[in-house]
Design a protein around this ligand. Sequence first.
Ligand code: SAM
Length: 291
Amino acid sequence: MTKEIATPARTKELLKKYGFSFKKSLGQNFLTDLNILHNIVKAAELDAQTNVIEIGPGMGSLTEFLAKTANQVLAFEIDQRLIEILDETMAPYPNVTVINQDILKADIEKVTKEVFHDALPIKVVANLPYYVTTPIMMYLLTSPLKIDGMTLMMQKEVAERIVAKPGTKAYGTLSIAVQYYMAAQISFIVPKTAFVPQPNVDSAILQLTKREQPLVTVEDESQFFALVKAAFQQRRKTLWNNLINYFGKDEETKERLQSALDFCAIDPQRRGETLSIQEFAALSDQLVKNK
Ligand code: SAM
């Protein structure tokens, strides 16, 4: 019987057979730990009534586990050299479709409609390339495609920033951007020894669950995110200094900011990182009202 792709022996054999050399620039760190793969699939809560999108299948180590559990798997792989390897490794799994494309350039809504035969709930499961984790996550979060949940492997430090609470060093624009759309929690930590080649840092599995509604209701989403961005512009500065640097130092703007802060009972001398998402939402709505 053929061994799982993620066993160190089979991985080594495939690398040798195809003369594959890892590209650091594409974030190529392949998982070679069957236990961790089991736990990822468990955390994702997949079943035969779920379709899965994977980003970066590599040689198919995770894809194989997804194929055995889910209904259909759609995998986007940017590296053309991996396609012939995937042709071999995915041959036993007719429910896997591999697309040779940069996920950030793909129309996932369209491709999903073409590939998935049944209108089942869609989940994303991926060991993300480190160099592009945030853009991929933001692309998925803001995509019109209805995604029920995401189980994503990323650098531990990035996962910690995403789940961070107000008043902590890790809390920032990324925490707010993700928590606005989805409930986030770290499922478990993955040591760097689980990969070939070994990355420099440990990873974490982040579990994201779709909220029925965004965490806060705001009048104007772009104003809300602009305000959050402004508040974290320079972390050592007070909220007031960051806001006037971003929105303008003229008297009219200052008055508008001061009156919105007063209305929301937010002390301008606080730092952005102490504001809850609800406080940002209230302040944003007040600024829209006073426009
Ligand atoms: N899933 C495999 C595993 O767990 O062993 C490989 C994971 S590796 C961390 C990331 C994979 O994403 C690589 O195969 C890489 O070529 C691919 N990749 C990098 N950037 C990508 C992009 N923009 N779109 C799609 N795939 C990408």
